[in-house]
Design a protein around this ligand. Structure first.
Ligand code: BJW
Length: 239
């Protein structure tokens, strides 16, 4: 089968979504059974939900923090780590943009990664704003920070209605304007601004490739579509 990245001297930009972690045992968001206790993701991943019921939101995120710590990277994550190494060894450039908050790309050894929706293993103080690695599975929720203001902690996650880190958006836009190829893996293409990155790449005249189990909502912007599971396809077709 023809490989996606034919020239390892290229600048390769990849974006991943929940589909790449599905084979590690982490449920995707929009699968038919992607509910938690009958709540839709929009009902537990928003600042309004957190203000209304911080215990409920923390319960949801502690369950997922525990799950992320217990899961292991799969062959899809590892294929991307190997691609990064190969590209860098050949004088190319590589950036991995992930919407996933499970930290599995970094655990698989990917180096140049930005986690645009945050990370489950980090917390942030609502008062002093400190962001820190936090593996605690708190028994008493919501937890509070040990800073002067004793602010309530929240998961370091970008919720619906919240802006992404402007630095991440700048890195992404620059990368999409400079890259040779943009590869999007395991995302349904419904959550913005990430779902719009492929249209930006297209405007810059870049080659766009999608690897997904089913056609995403933004399929029209892709030059090539490889249908299947990331963990099975990527080791075969990436480079
Ligand atoms: C496989 C597979 C296998 C399965 N192999 N594939 C423009 C238009 C309309 C609305 C908006 C807009 N701009 C902003 C908005 C509002 C909102 C939004 O997009 N809403 C939409 C639902 C319409 N966006 C925001 O609020 C964002 N903020 C923002 O833009 O700020 C400025 C602003 C605010 C308000 C108005 C206007 C501007 C923030 C978005 C933050 C998203 N956060 C979440 C939850 C937090 C993280 C967490 O708790 O985990 O991030 S939402 C959730 O969706 C999560 C994901 O990262 C994200 C994307 O999901 P993903 O990865 O695509 O997963 P799925 O499940 O949808 O798809 C999996 C795919 O994999 C499927 O296609 C499967 O087939 C496939 N698959 N197994 C390969 N083995």
């Amino acid at each position: 089968m023809e490989k996606i990245v034919k020239n390892l001297k290229s600048y390769v930009v990849v974006m991943t979504g929940a589909g790449i972690s599905a084979e590690s045992g982490i449920k995707t968001f929009r699968d038919a059974d992607g509910l938690w206790k009958n709540y839709r993701i929009e009902e537990v991943a928003s600042p309004i939900a957190f203000a209304r019921d911080p215990e409920l939101v923390w319960e949801f995120y502690l369950m997922r923090r525990k799950q992320a710590l217990e899961c292991k990277p799969n062959n899809g994550h590892i294929a991307l780590t190997n691609l990064e190494k190969a590209v860098k060894q050949n004088g190319g450039k590589f950036l991995l943009i992930t919407q996933n908050v499970d930290g599995l790309h970094k655990r698989a050894g990917s180096e140049n990664v930005i986690e645009i929706h945050g990370n489950l293993i980090y917390s942030r103080c609502a008062k002093c704003g400190e962001i820190f690695e936090d593996r605690n599975i708190y028994q008493e929720i919501p937890p509070y920070h040990n800073c002067k203001e004793k602010g309530m902690l929240r998961p370091h996650i970008v919720w619906f209605g919240e802006s992404l880190n402007p630095e991440h958006l700048e890195i992404t836009t620059n990368a999409l304007s400079e890259c040779d190829i943009f590869i999007v893996i395991g995302t349904s293409g419904v959550v913005y601004p990430a779902a719009g990155f492929v249209s930006i790449a297209k405007k810059f005249g870049k080659k766009t490739v999608c690897v997904n189990k089913e056609e995403p909502d933004n399929i029209g912007y892709f030059d090539e579509f490889y249908k299947g599971k990331a963990g099975e396809l990527l080791p075969e077709i990436l480079f």
